[in-house]
Design a protein around this ligand. Sequence first.
Ligand code: UT7
Length: 328
Amino acid sequence: MTAANDRVGAVVTGLGTCLPKTVVTNDEVSRHLDTEPAWIHSRTGIERRRRVSQGTGTGDLAVAAGAAALKSAGRDGCDLVLLATTTPDRRCPATAPGVASRLGLAAAAFDLSAVCSGFVYGLTVASAMITAGGCDRALVIGADAYSSIVDPDDRTTAVVFGDGAGAVLLERGRTSDPGAVLHTELGSDGTGDDLITIPPHGEYLTMRGSDVYSRAVTTMTESARSVAGKVGWDMADVDAFVGHQANIRILKSVAKRLGLPSERVISNIADVGNTAAASIPLALADAAAEGRIGTGDRLVLTAFGGGLTWGSAAVVWSGAKPVREVRG
Ligand code: UT7
């Protein structure tokens, strides 16, 4: 970062997650579905996922992840709580104000709906608000409990989705600081709005998996390359690619197209499945905890999901120590 482009910006200072305690293995999923553990593992990379118990919802996971991110940053408050979710606790009001109150915060609070791209959308909105002076400190939480919208008898969705939450604390700093969110880019294509949807009057999520798959590979590749280019990084300069964890084969295809070696591709899909808006912060936290990302590393975060929506962020990692919680 040269002095010429050292400017005010948003900086990640804390990272927190929350996973439900109930683990559902491929063997368990296969017991009441027409599928096989080996099929699930070879086609998706997933070995297990987490599921909330009765009475636990998105808000509960979001509160725990938000508190964990504040603890990770050594802060006790913020003035914006932005919750990215497709599974709000209620249709009205938004879930974020209740999350803020339960965290003891009198903060601006709202939900953001961008399905699996929600975390990158939220990071973009909160970073822009911080940079513009609209707030000083923001919790960006991605939390989803897809078990509430997945048909347990639909093998195309029931095998892939899991529940969870992840959050970062963003604060105003300089783009030369470790943790800086250097650039983000978002996109959408509503002509694909029927590929991942809860149909009108429907109860459950439907997904045309193979159509989404091919769109995800091409779009995530273009988006990652574009955001890196905007901050002057060659892909060879990128220390870690943290993509939305929808399918290990998607991540491998994107990495191959980007020319990234497998050790720079972060994946925790085996343990958590596709956790929608929580996916990227959960992957970040596992990578940080395992020492796979460290202070000053150049990260490209790339998401893709229903809408269709997508987005990427170029972030220099802060070295924040993740706080990882487990709840009901
Ligand atoms: O998070 C938002 C973004 N989402 C994504 O990016 C999801 C992208 N899509 C995927 O990850 C994959 O498409 C899936 C994992 C959902 C499905 O894998 P696939 O390799 O694309 O399978 P497919 O839908 O092309 O189906 C291939 C075959 C079909 O059988 P036939 O027609 O070839 O006889 C399916 O009926 O696999 C069958 N199949 C299954 N078999 C066993 C589909 N799901 C299952 C299953 N177990 N769970």
